[in-house]
Design a protein around this ligand. Structure first.
Ligand SMILES: Nc1ncnc2c1ncn2[C@@H]1O[C@H](COP(=O)(O)OP(=O)(O)O)[C@@H](O)[C@H]1O
Ligand SMILES: [Mg+2]
Length: 252
């Protein structure tokens, strides 16, 4: 595996729903190991693009290629098995289970075998060990026995990232990982994301906190009205007059 092959390639992605043009001509390559930030005004199509990549929505034009394999027609679970992980804007934890059990379920799914709540987790079984490692990686091992419903927003985000790690994805989509997170927790979650990336994973991240985006990513893709305006280094994107005018009068 060379370091500059495309982990994810989007080729001319278009999406029309009814008469509405939601996405148009989106072409993009994300080399293996890169972190790409996706920015753009509200309604620009960022979440929809992630839905197309993860398989929640099928595009009406174009191809999605994951690690060299055309997955355009593959359902969500097949893309997940092929190494694509994602988080959602809203929390996807089982509230009544412990932090450890939530992550263990994700680990079980990856390790194969029955995903069962009935089976008593044993300390030292493979899924439990893996779950504890992942909690360690996001700095939440000390909360393993806490009930998920009792966590602060920032902690929930970390658990969701631990669940992603448990599935050992090659490429990760993070849709607004800082949404709802108290500003005091932003640096810690930023650090967790930085570590994901350092581990060699390919990361695509939609995020409104520009200081987070600019401090983390290798390149920035700017979306506007369903199209890609620019894909470039953070510095070049911020200096781009087309990008600047797209934002004039529009709230991020
Ligand atoms: N299933 C759908 N049906 C109709 N319109 C949709 C659908 N999904 C998204 N849209 C529209 O597509 C546009 C892009 O939405 P979205 O991807 O959520 O933007 P962003 O995440 O950049 O804020 C919005 O105008 C939204 O209303
Ligand atoms: Mg969105």
């Amino acid at each position: 595996m060379t370091s500059d092959h495309a982990m994810l390639a989007l080729e001319g992605i278009g999406l029309r729903i009814g008469g509405a043009r939601i996405l148009e001509g989106v072409s993009l390559e994300v080399p293996a190991g890169q972190m790409l930030g996706v920015i753009g005004p509200n309604g620009a199509g960022k979440t929809t693009l992630f839905n197309v990549v993860s398989g929640v929505v099928r595009p009406t034009a174009g191809r999605v290629v994951l690690d060299g394999v055309d997955v355009t027609r593959e359902p969500v679970h097949r893309r997940a098995t092929a190494g694509l992980g994602r988080t959602f804007q809203t929390s996807s934890l089982f509230p009544e289970l412990s932090v450890l059990e939530n992550v263990r379920l994700a680990a079980q799914a990856r390790l194969g075998g029955a995903t069962s709540l009935v089976r008593i987790p044993r300390a030292g079984d493979a899924a439990t060990t893996r779950a504890l490692d992942c909690l360690e990686e996001v700095g939440l091992a000390h909360r393993a026995d806490a009930e998920a419903s009792g966590l602060a927003h920032g902690e929930k985000r970390k658990v969701e990232i631990a669940m992603l790690l448990a599935q050992d994805p090659k490429a990760i989509l993070l849709d607004e990982p800082m949404a709802g997170v108290a500003s005091g927790d932003v640096p810690a979650i930023t650090e967790v994301i930085r570590r994901l990336h350092r581990g060699g994973r390919t990361v695509l991240m939609v995020e409104h906190h520009m200081e987070v985006v600019l401090g983390l990513v290798d390149r920035v893709a700017v979306m506007h009205h369903g199209e890609l305006l620019a894909v470039d280094t953070p510095e070049a994107v911020m200096a781009n007059p087309t990008v600047q005018s797209a934002y004039l009068g529009e709230a991020m």
